[in-house]
Write a protein that binds this ligand. Structure first.
Ligand code: ADP
Length: 478
């Protein structure tokens, strides 16, 4: 059964930024409001308690001298302190009844404090600490002090926490308003940031589409506000240059190949007609003409083979058929293929090949490497028509070198010569016609064999192409 792979859901930058910003703001607001409310509540409560404490001290001082004050004076005193501090102050007897303030016409507290006293009487009596023997307690609505004055008298001071609660409510409303404002601000800010972030992506995507449609004039540079986008743009510009170069080279290859194919085809047709019309019965002429046809057909075969080989190797469809073979003899056998040039066009091959050196490699493909390098040396060597081929052993390595005395390769072209389809402007009309694929095939085969290869070239003096092979100790051919 075919398993369906689920595509991960992709969100836009706007969406991601907006949701993250909002989540962050909400968390921040929750944290800040909790923290603020707790701090405000604590500090307000502390203030209330400390005000109760100072009134307690004052009242105790007053109560310590009961003989000097009449009950009316005490009541008046308590009422004035109460109203000055927004508190309720009561002196209680042991039954929890209010004994002061009691001024006619003024209501006392209607609360029964008996239960409260009962709960804490023992605790209050056993408290022998110096100072005001009592405690402060807070509930949701009030904070109060309950203390003992003497066996029969108790002091109760309370203050409502309404103000604290109102202040907290006010703070909460303010925090709520602030939250709304922060959320709105985060919404707007995230929208703005998202626009700034996503806009360049959209721009680059548009340009990439144009590039995909073959417009190599697109420039990925732009006003991007952040470095990473600049780096991406630079990378894409490099890619565009590379694509443009490759496309240009492909066009050139097609032009080259069509041209290179056209010449032999024209020759084949011309010579075939000549045989038909002129040389049919003349054996000598016929042989000359058929030789031209065969040579031109060979050229066509080489061209087609080069193209096929390269694409096969590069597509990885071609695996290496490794075998151990005598590389020294193998090189000689390839040089022999160029013998006709030595005889007919005075090319000179100078060899320095150590005998019986073995390598393990794909014989057919290494043959192509050696053939292409020697072929290029023949094509590009100087007027002396000299080509030097050497194979030397150094420890476990075999250095294979092909040197010519030609014009050399300018420094700035060296990297490009290994590219597919690259041909210098000086692709001369020499004995071996190239396709611009030869070195690319060499490179691909050497890389597949993991061989170290390259070229040393000096303009005006010539070039030395080299490939280093690991020596194969088993000197038995397989
Ligand atoms: P071509 O078919 O053009 O020879 P190659 O891939 O073999 O294609 O070589 C690519 C280019 O490298 C050549 O067009 C030429 O400019 C340069 N080149 C290759 N070999 C030599 C050499 N021995 N001397 C100078 N230039 C060379």
């Amino acid at each position: 059964m075919k398993r369906q792979t689920r595509k991960p859901k992709l969100y836009s930058i706007d969406h991601i930024l907006w949701s993250n910003f909002t989540l962050f703001s909400v968390l921040l607001l929750v944290f800040v409001s909790l923290f603020c409310v707790a701090t405000v509540r604590n500090s307000l409560r502390k203030q209330v308690i400390s005000s109760i404490n100072s009134v307690t001290i004052e009242t105790y001082r007053y109560l310590e001298h009961p003989e000097s004050t009449s009950p009316e004076d005490l009541s008046r005193y308590l009422l004035s302190v109460s109203s000055a501090n927004g508190m309720q102050i009561y002196v209680l007897n042991a039954q929890g009844e209010v004994v002061a303030p009691t001024i006619e016409g003024l209501p006392g507290s209607d609360q029964n404090y008996f239960e409260l006293l009962e709960q804490h009487r023992e605790e209050l009596r056993s408290n022998t600490e110096e100072g005001y023997r009592g405690f402060v307690e807070t509930s949701k609505e009030t904070a109060f002090f309950l203390g003992i004055v003497n066996d029969d008298t108790y002091l109760y001071i309370s203050r409502s926490l309404d103000l604290v609660n109102d202040s907290l409510k006010f703070a909460q409303i303010q925090i709520l308003l602030l939250s709304g404002f922060v959320l709105l601000a985060s919404f707007l800010l995230s929208g703005y940031v998202a626009m700034r972030l996503s806009h360049p992506f959209a721009e680059v995507a548009n340009k990439a589409k144009k590039l995909a449609n073959g417009d190599f004039s697109v420039d990925f540079n732009g006003k991007y506000y952040y470095r990473e986008m600049g780096e991406l743009a630079a990378g894409l510009n490099d890619m565009r240059d590379e694509l443009s170069r490759s496309s240009q080279m492909q066009k050139e290859l097609i032009a080259n190949v069509s041209h290179d194919m056209k010449t032999p085809l024209t020759m084949i047709k011309a010579y075939a007609s000549m045989i038909q019309e002129i040389s049919g019965d003349n054996k000598e002429k016929r042989q000359m003409h058929t030789k031209v046809i065969i040579d031109e057909a060979d050229r066509l075969t080489t061209l087609v083979n080069d193209i096929l080989n390269l694409s096969k190797i590069q597509a990885g469809m071609d695996t290496l058929q490794l075998s151990v073979f005598n590389f020294s003899e193998f090189i000689y056998s390839i040089i022999q293929k160029f013998e006709y040039l030595q005889e007919t066009q005075n090319y000179i091959f100078e060899t320095d090949i150590e005998s019986d050196l073995y390598i393990e490699a794909d014989r057919g493909k290494i043959g192509q490497v050696v053939y292409n390098l020697i072929g290029n040396a023949v094509t590009y060597t100087g007027e002396d028509k000299k080509i030097f081929v050497s194979l030397k052993r150094e420890k476990q390595l075999l250095h294979f070198r092909v040197r010519d005395t030609g014009k050399g390769i300018p420094e700035n072209e060296i990297a490009a010569i290994w590219d597919r389809y690259y041909r210098s402007s000086e692709a001369h009309k020499r004995p071996i016609q190239g396709t611009g694929l030869g070195l690319s095939i060499v490179k691909t085969i050497c890389e597949k064999h993991k061989l170290h290869f390259g070229v040393d070239s000096e303009v005006g003096k010539g070039s030395t192409f080299y490939v280093d092979f690991p020596l194969c100790e088993e000197d038995k051919e397989t």
